[in-house]
Design a protein. Structure first.
Length: 370
């Protein structure tokens, strides 16, 4: 019998830049010319049907105009497309167009696009580089940063995927002006979540500038985008693989993701998250993690923005309770919740423990009241 050890120790630097500005397509092309992804000359622009005309095609044409080879791959917009079938469709289309390991994926769009395109890049050819060109407030606040890529299934959300970091993220503030108001409102849910878990001053800034954000005042949008990036960076830097601390980014998501799925995606992600945040602060207040005044402030801010804080009547409450068990924080069949501590901090429940085991009856009571 023979035994031998395969030594594969390595140090990997997955650092990348986030550029926040306006009209950033020229900057993306310039970066490719200057070797952001090495000598690669072939680009797969992945986008959805909502973004294709306004931003997907302009990125495609700019790359081609600079002498690169580029093709565009479009899938139907919406959370329902964030599934393995869509990933397979994109991969097969790329293969049919002659794409191999010598390519780069350019994700142009919101959170669904970045999740899907990043997952494709992480597995295509056993890993090719990609960049994110965020065109929504929601993507700028959350999905485009941190390297979380995944798809949903009927049994769970975001449990099939991998952590795969982009080479760069472009947050183009100009794109927010073309968003329907409901999508601007939707994007603010993750922004409020970040303020609740990490920065009380940021929370107060949002309170003072709600109307400016919804009016897309440039300096305000750039400020909140920068704060969002910093909050997420501070967490991901310490726990890239979501072993402990990164769980705090799931504040409000246990109920929120379940509502989003049970609604059949009639609710946008931010709308569902907002209701999840309402459930979280209501239960947290009962448990003494934040005051009644703080609970009221969080809910009032969400309402001012235009986000929902109550569960729609068409959602079956018992089905929702059972759906909670598909959350990725569940351990040994037990529900676990992240809770904020006041406004601007999170609860800890031991060394490197940020989620509390929560009895089904505790959260059921809150859900029935929402």
């Amino acid at each position: 019998m023979q035994n031998f050890r395969v030594e594969l120790k390595k140090v990997v630097d997955d650092s990348y830049d986030v550029q926040i500005g306006r009209d950033l397509i020229p900057a993306l092309v310039c970066d490719m010319k200057e070797g952001l992804v090495g000598k690669i000359r072939k680009f797969a622009v992945v986008t959805d049907s909502n973004v294709e005309k306004d931003y997907g095609v302009p990125v495609l044409e700019a790359l081609r105009g600079a002498g690169f080879e580029a093709e565009i791959f479009v899938f139907p917009a919406g959370e329902k497309s964030k599934v393995r079938k869509t990933k397979e469709m994109i991969e097969d289309a790329m293969l049919a167009k002659g794409f191999r390991r010598d390519c780069c994926v350019v994700a142009v769009g919101g959170g669904v696009v970045s999740d899907l395109a990043g997952f494709v890049a992480g597995t295509f050819g056993r890993g090719v580089p990609f960049v994110n060109y965020a065109t929504t407030l929601l993507a700028a606040a959350d999905a485009s940063i941190g390297g979380k890529t995944a798809v949903d299934t009927e049994l769970a959300t975001n449990l099939i995927g991998l952590i795969y970091q982009p080479r760069k993220v472009y947050v183009d503030i100009d794109t927010w002006k073309t968003l329907p108001k409901e999508h601007l409102i939707n994007g603010m849910a993750e922004t409020v979540k970040h303020a609740c878990l990490a920065d009380r001053d940021f929370f107060e800034y949002i309170e003072d500038h709600v109307e400016d954000v919804l009016a897309c005042v440039p300096e305000v949008c750039e400020y909140i985008s920068g704060k969002n990036c910093n909050v997420k960076y501070q967490v991901v830097m310490k726990d890239e693989k979501e072993k402990s601390l990164r769980e705090i980014l799931n504040l409000g998501h246990t109920v929120g993701r379940a509502i989003e799925t049970v609604s059949g995606y009639r609710l946008l992600h931010g709308e569902a998250l907002s209701i999840g945040m309402a459930a979280q602060v209501n239960l947290g207040c009962r448990l003494g993690f934040l005051s009644e005044e703080e609970r009221t402030r969080v809910i009032a801010l969400q309402e001012r923005i235009g986000l929902p804080v109550r569960i729609p009547d068409y959602i079956d409450r018992e089905e929702l309770v059972q759906k909670l068990y598909t959350d990725k924080k569940v351990r040994d069949g037990k529900l676990r919740f992240v809770f904020q501590r006041g406004i601007g901090d999170v609860m800890t429940f031991g060394e490197d423990v940020y989620a509390r085991p929560t009895a089904e009856e505790e959260i059921r009571e809150v859900i029935m009241e929402l």
